[in-house]
Each structure stands twice: as structure tokens, then as C-alpha cells.
Design a protein around this ligand. Sequence first.
Ligand code: AMP
Length: 176
Amino acid sequence: MNAAAPVDPRDWIRDIPDFPKPGIVFKDITPLLGNPEAFGAVIDRLAEQFAGRAIDTIAAAEARGFIFGAPLALRLNAGFVPIRKPGKLPYATIALEYQLEYGTDRLEVHTDAFGPGRRVLLLDDVLATGGTMRACRDLVQQTGADVVACAFVIELTFLEGRSRLAPSEVFSLLAF
Ligand code: AMP
């Protein structure tokens, strides 16, 4: 008897049309998170991709970046740093404001989260326009740390977010 085919994480991502607003097709990762084989395969592949790259810290923005960032950090024997919305972090913070379609948003990180020369891998669930990741990257670089790469589980290639992240290395597991 043949062994069961390995699970394909792509099959566990669900499209939700017109969420959170008309015209957006939302990539819902909750089916993937609910399946330990699919979730585990994502973490395995990200770990394979960055094994041997001298990474001290994984940094990720709330909320969905945390879900993938924490297990990947443990797998790579790296620390984990949360990048958060304003007012959530208890210690002294450094902040970066960035432009949204309408208005601005702000991300914060603890002032002692990274030291100069720390090698940081940034991670998020979805690369759409690249605005969120660019803000995270710029914030981490402001602290004096080195960004090794910006990694994503999902890339929406038609939005060309990758080009907003130049000259950083960009890696995505699943392109749509
Ligand atoms: P952006 O800054 O445009 O690259 O948007 C990235 C952030 O918004 C990520 O943290 C994603 O979690 C979320 N996001 C943007 N577009 C989508 C989408 N189509 N499906 C799921 N999440 C999305």
C-alpha cells in the first residue's frame, strides 16, 4: 500500500471574497492552522529555507505574524520579538509611523529588543502591497539591527509588494 500523499499547505488556505471589504479576496489561514500536518509543513519549509543563515531573532507584527513567527524562532534556535500596535508594549518603545490608503498607522517595538548587528528575520503571513512589512523592516533597521530577509507564507504576486521591499531579500512559500 502506498503511503498517504504529503499534505499541501496550499489546499488548506481558503479564499473569502469581499472580506473585510468589497473587492478584497481574503486569504483565510484558519483551516491551515487547524491542521497540524499543514501547519507543520509550513514551519518545516520555512525552517529549511533559513537553516544555516545565522539568524539571532525572528520579528513579526501582530497578530498573524506571531502565529508563524514563534514556532519558527524555536526551530531556528532564535529569539522572538513582537512588533505591536501602539500602546501594547509595557517597556520603553521606538515607533515608526507609516502611510495607509487612508491615514497613517504606527508600529512599536521595545528599545532593547535588538542590539546593533543583531541578525533579524522578519516574517508575516501575507505579502500584499508590502506596506506593513516595509514599516517593520524600517523600524528594525532604525534600531541598528540587520534585516537578513523578509519572509512570508503567502505572496499575492499581482500586488507587486516585493518591489516595495527592495533591496531586502524577499522569500515567500506560496505564491498566488
Ligand atoms: P500589506 O501591508 O498590504 O502588504 O498587507 C499585509 C498585511 O495585511 C498582512 O499582515 C496581512 O495579514 C494582511 N492582508 C493584506 N491583504 C490580505 C489578504 N488578501 N488576505 C489576508 N490577509 C491580508
